[in-house]
Design a protein around this ligand. Structure first.
Ligand SMILES: O=P(O)(O)OC[C@H]1O[C@H](O[C@H]2O[C@H](CO)[C@@H](O)[C@H](O)[C@H]2O)[C@H](O)[C@@H](O)[C@@H]1O
Length: 285
């Protein structure tokens, strides 16, 4: 008979990460796990509307969640989209799941499944009205696509012939448009999103950790928007809450985020690798 492993493999590369994992394994009922959605729980696809959680993501989370102080998805997506694309509503084992959407401006709890969010500021409607003309004026290449997220507008270039060049062409006009209407630009993987200021994943994660009175935290992400959550884990560590930072690495170096890579404690190969690691964590628990 083989014994279950004491620790999931691969193990964290850093001492801080090993301390975070050790704290999680020692007292899982006081630990929080939090995840970005696209690129972390869901593989990257060319059409954002086609994104779905990796088939092993929900099963792995469902094994872990009942043992933990909390599991949260913290995403730039509207909370409702993440819930739908993730297949989270009604999933057995995820009755305590929280989804913090729009970088923490929206909240959905599986135990009370409605989206709670303040009204978006007027600047969002103004940007929505002006954006088509701004894109036309800037010569947005074919394949440029705008995702209307309700409280934000995301301009995607993944489907353009040269996505990086397209992004560069649009950068200055989109920053100027956002500034004119009191919005900020959130850059990401082949996307520039114009959104209201005032929310970020770091504040959302820190608030969730406090709410759950957690004494250990792990966070997994893949994109620039996750840097604030990484910073929140670093700050929590300095307050005596051990933490583990996972990086869901993209398939190509071109989409690698060097700072996330450098600041992470543990790298896994994309959503499939993360789901496998989470199953190994569940085995170890
Ligand atoms: O915070 P996240 O959960 O990572 O969401 C960030 C953005 O993800 C989506 O865009 C990204 O994924 C798409 C689907 O795989 C991909 O086509 C696109 O190139 C990526 O940037 C989403 O569409 C955005 O609204 C999110 O803000």
């Amino acid at each position: 008979m083989s014994l279950p492993p004491l620790s999931p493999s691969p193990e964290p590369e850093t001492e801080a990460g090993r301390a975070g994992l050790a704290a999680l394994l020692a007292e899982p009922a006081r630990a929080v796990l939090a995840f970005d959605f696209d690129g972390t729980l869901a593989p990257i696809v060319t059409d954002p509307r086609e994104a779905r959680a990796h088939p092993e993501a929900v099963p792995a989370l469902a094994r872990l969640a009942p043992r933990l102080a909390g599991v949260a998805v913290i995403t730039g997506r509207p909370a409702a989209d993440a819930v739908r694309y993730g297949g989270f509503e009604g999933a057995a084992g995820l009755e305590g799941l929280t989804v913090l959407g729009a970088y923490g401006a929206e909240r959905w709890d599986a135990a009370d499944p409605v989206v709670r969010a303040p009204e978006p500021p007027a600047g969002v409607a103004a940007v929505r009205a002006e954006l088509p003309a701004v894109l036309a004026e800037a010569g947005a290449p074919e394949g440029t696509w705008t995702e209307d997220k309700g409280r934000a507008l995301a301009v995607h270039t993944r489907r353009a012939a040269s996505p990086d060049q397209a992004l560069e062409r649009l950068r200055a006009p989109l920053y100027a448009l956002a500034e004119r209407h009191g919005l900020v630009v959130e850059p990401g993987r082949m996307v520039l999103e114009l959104r209201p200021p005032g929310a970020d994943k770091g504040a959302a994660l820190a608030g969730y950790v406090r709410e759950r009175s957690a004494t250990a935290v792990a966070y997994a992400g893949d994109d620039l928007g996750d840097l604030s959550a990484y910073a929140a884990v670093t700050a929590l560590r300095s307050e005596g809450v051990p933490g583990l930072l996972l990086y869901s690495a993209p398939e190509t170096d071109a989409e690698m985020v060097p700072r996330l890579r450098a600041e992470s404690d543990l790298r896994v190969p994309g959503p499939a690798g993360l789901a496998a690691w989470l199953h190994a964590l569940a085995d170890a628990l």
